[in-house]
Design a binder for this molecule. Structure first.
Ligand code: GLN
Length: 269
């Protein structure tokens, strides 16, 4: 793939050197074509398909509308698949099995509001980030917990979604005995509303959706961390990563990604 890209770039500069002059727009087109040709070298798990692993309980990035999975990640991955001439196939699996499945070659991409971390980069490649997330703290509306410090210093039980960055950070902060892990964010919310745990640490957008859907909860006004979301891709498939990054670049440049995100997360203020 790298070689192909270099060749493609070589062809482009030779063409320019030969004085194949044209208007700027046409040159842009030539270079885009060169990239598409280079991108054609990637392979996927199943020919003609882009298999995406996600955990569809993470609104507004992925969630069920009836029996259909919709959301920001679904629309961005569909747009990427379209650019690559592939059909998007979605597999709804446990969040903490996604990286292993991408690594073992079961899925082409993990696309699940997934944060880029140093640790995950040891197992998979990540695309260019396409969104950001914040870890938020949800508590009961009348909770005495006011911020991360009161949460950590008290003897509170904290709910997290298993294998997420919320899980990783909070396990470090409060220790194993005070962590309750759930397969789905919403299961943690149910435990919080029934008083089994005192807080849930989860990404801000699902946090907002869960709080809106359940009475008596609030999000603390102290954002905990800011993170980049990107697609996880098998380390041996550099060509697919390059093709996806090229597609993401085009979709960023033409405003498609911003429009998808705005549709689900209307700008505040
Ligand atoms: N952004 C968090 C992570 O990557 C949570 C993602 C999720 O639960 N889908 O760990």
């Amino acid at each position: 793939m790298k070689t192909l890209k270099r060749i493609a770039a070589g062809i482009l500069s030779t063409a320019l050197l030969l004085g194949m002059t044209s208007c700027a727009a046409k040159e842009t087109e030539t270079s885009a074509d060169a990239n598409v040709d280079a991108a054609a070298a990637f392979t996927t798990v199943e020919s003609g398909k882009l298999i995406m692993a996600t955990n569809a309980f993470f609104p507004p990035y992925e969630y069920y509308e009836g029996d259909k999975i919709v959301g920001i990640d679904v629309e961005i991955a569909t747009a990427v698949a379209d650019k690559l001439g592939l059909e998007l196939v979605i597999e709804d699996v446990e969040f903490d099995s996604i990286i292993a499945g991408v690594q073992s070659g079961k899925y082409d991409i993990g696309c699940a509001g997934m944060t880029v971390t140093e640790d995950r980069l040891k197992s998979v490649n990540f695309s260019t980030p396409y969104a950001t997330g914040i870890q938020s703290i949800i508590v009961a509306a009348d909770s005495e917990i006011t911020d991360i410090d009161t949460l950590v210093s008290g003897d509170y039980k904290v709910g997290v979604q298993s294998g997420t960055t919320g899980d990783i950070y909070m396990t470090e902060e409060v220790g194993e005995e005070r962590i309750e892990r759930f397969a789905k964010g919403n299961d943690a919310i149910i435990a919080l509303t029934s008083g089994k745990i005192s807080a849930v640490v989860i990404d801000n957008e699902p946090a907002k959706a869960f709080v809106a859907a359940n009475d008596g909860l609030k999000i603390l006004e102290t954002p905990y961390t800011v993170e980049d979301y990107a697609m996880a891709i098998n380390k041996d498939n550099e060509a697919l990563k390059d093709a996806i990054n090229q597609a993401l670049k085009e979709l960023t440049d033409d405003g498609t990604i911003a429009a998808i995100i705005n549709k689900y997360i209307p700008a505040e203020g």
